[in-house]
Write a protein that binds this ligand. Structure first.
Ligand code: ATP
Ligand code: FE
Length: 337
């Protein structure tokens, strides 16, 4: 059962063919990073125009690379939200026209839930979907979200904790900008951190709620440190700042997520979203989870950030559950899983 996935919620244009929710036949991503890095972040109108230019050829490429024809497809899955409205509308409009022209089911997909489903993608020999045992805890750490979900089954995603201010990836991006590292910040902070030591003590946020996060205090603590050093004309080590930031973030994420798993008596944790590509965060999670006999999973590196394979995967499950859309479907910028 081949599903075509389309992803345009932010600044990555992507198309993918996935069969049965786990087997990736193609996943093409047209990155716009170069255009947006000129501005230090995503410019929504430019992103929309880039999607318009890139999407159609990428869909053709995804289907060709998969070695199938349009007639082999069982449905078109597309990100309905959350995301930037202009970019979302490009994908949604394309998918609607395509579904209409080819008389195929249109399958709306939630982008955040799709990030979680990146864990179900695997090679042809490894049936990823069968490795995951429900109920489970999913932690989504991306550019716009830091959320803990309790999932009883494929269908349900109950939000039990989230950030009260900045998302985790957003904090990385803002601090990277202050350090003049470039955009997107997460991977650049990670590569600096490899050269440093976690020697600086940045304040960890204190919030009363058990599973909620806050990253703006930590961000200010890092920015204050940098400003003080600059004002006093003192030298500081960028790798040490990055390494300290990264391990503090890892500690916060690990602490709350493991607590959520223990409290709900869950034996599996899935990480998802761009920040889950971070090796230090993965390692700290792996170590802590094994102490509590909890199975830890994360997506392959190329499925952590935005991609259409994860959209096609969730699209398959939605399709099987009859959760298809109609041609009056609209983009929903603040859609929740
Ligand atoms: P959302 O999914 O919430 O709408 P998004 O799609 O912009 O937001 P993703 O594409 O999942 O987010 O992730 C992008 C974020 O991940 C960026 O903030 C980026 O800095 C961060 N990121 C990517 N790779 C790494 C890494 N290796 N270490 C830390 N952060 C990373
Ligand atoms: Fe995303």
């Amino acid at each position: 059962c081949y599903i075509l996935g389309i992803e345009t919620s932010c600044d990555d244009t992507s198309a993918s063919v996935v069969s049965d929710g786990y087997k990736v036949h193609s996943n093409v991503v047209g990155s716009q990073t170069e255009v947006h890095s000129l501005y230090g972040g995503v410019v929504p109108e430019i992103a929309s125009r880039e999607h318009l230019k890139l999407l159609s050829p990428l869909v053709k490429k995804a289907v060709t690379e998969a070695g199938i024809t349009f007639n082999d497809l069982s449905g078109i899955a597309v990100t309905k939200g959350p995301g930037l409205v202009g970019p979302l509308l490009v994908g949604v409009s394309f998918a609607k026209s395509f579904a209409y022209a080819k008389e195929l089911p249109l399958i709306p997909v939630n982008h955040i839930k799709a990030h979680i489903f990146a864990n179900f993608l695997s090679s042809s020999t490894n049936k990823g979907i069968y490795q995951h045992d429900f109920p489970l805890i999913a932690l989504v750490i991306s550019g716009g979200h830091t959320s803990i979900y309790y999932m009883k089954s494929y269908e349900t995603c109950e939000l039990i904790g989230s950030t009260r201010d900045d998302a985790c990836g957003e904090a990385f991006d803002k601090i990277a900008r202050a350090l003049d590292l470039g955009y997107p910040g997460g991977p650049l902070i990670e590569s600096e951190a490899f050269k440093g030591e976690p020697s600086i003590d940045f304040t960890k946020p204190k919030i009363d709620s058990k599973y909620d996060f806050s990253f703006s205090g930590l961000k200010s603590s890092v920015l204050n440190y940098l400003n003080k050093k600059k004002m006093k004309d003192e030298k500081f080590s960028v790798p040490d700042v990055c390494s300290s930031l990264q391990s503090t973030v890892a500690e916060i994420l690990v602490d709350k997520t493991i607590k959520a798993a223990l409290d709900t008596n869950v034996k599996t944790i899935l990480l998802a979203g761009g920040v889950s590509a971070n090796r230090t965060i993965r390692t700290q999670f792996t170590n802590e989870a094994s102490k509590h006999d909890i199975k830890l999973c994360f997506p392959k590196l190329n499925y952590c950030t935005d991609n259409a394979a994860m959209v096609a995967s969730l699209g398959y499950f939605n399709y099987k559950l009859g959760l298809t859309g109609t041609l009056d479907m609209n983009a929903v910028p603040n859609l929740t899983p």
